[in-house]
Write a protein that binds this ligand. Sequence first.
Ligand SMILES: [Fe+2]
Ligand SMILES: [Fe+2]
Length: 244
Amino acid sequence: MTSTVTEIASDIYRISTYASDFGIQFNQFLIKDDEPFLMHTGFRKMFGATREAVATVLDPTRLRWIGFSHFESDECGALNEWLAAAPRAQAVCSFVGATVSVDDFAVRPARALADNEVFQTGRHRLRFLATPHVPHCWDAGLFFEETGRTLLCSDLFFQPGDPPALDTADIVGPARNAIVGGQSGPLAKDMPYTPYTDATLERLADLGPRTLATMHGASFSGDGSAALRALALVVREILGVPRS
Ligand SMILES: [Fe+2]
Ligand SMILES: [Fe+2]
């Protein structure tokens, strides 16, 4: 298993591993800074490939923060391997995530973040947004890198296959096709539409992201607000939610 590394925004490195058994990419994002930050660990079986990829950018033992959206193995399965490899590393996730899952699973306690909490990694400032059930799971949250306006958006804009690192044209179309195509598969119904979904996606759009760092598929450089609002309409349409 090998990974490719691409700088998709200033100091933000996309580490992409294509898994042919799933037919999708698993992408981690490394922020190179005084206190390096890794968004998602990938599965435990991907740890070696991810560590090698991180080592092309910085010393993996320097890793300080390990963020992820929600407690699933592709998001944080290799957390304990990273905590062992990097002595100063600590998980950062939602209060719900830390309380319900991570502090029992992990060998060291997580830093539980409140909604809208901001922390600095050096030159870069990260804002945590609690986003329950977006993209899915009660504990879900997302990180917004405010310095360069990159939204680390986890499973939002999921696209299958092995696309290029960065799309500057359209990721809503491929994401829409993926949602439609996935409706009849064994992994259908991954994103619920709850009473909070609209407001959550609108709040993300209001951040004005210039880059959307996507966990599965191409990242997007362009008008992230428009893409998020378009995604909200797509999800409503496909799930049959009436327009308000
Ligand atoms: Fe997920
Ligand atoms: Fe995922």
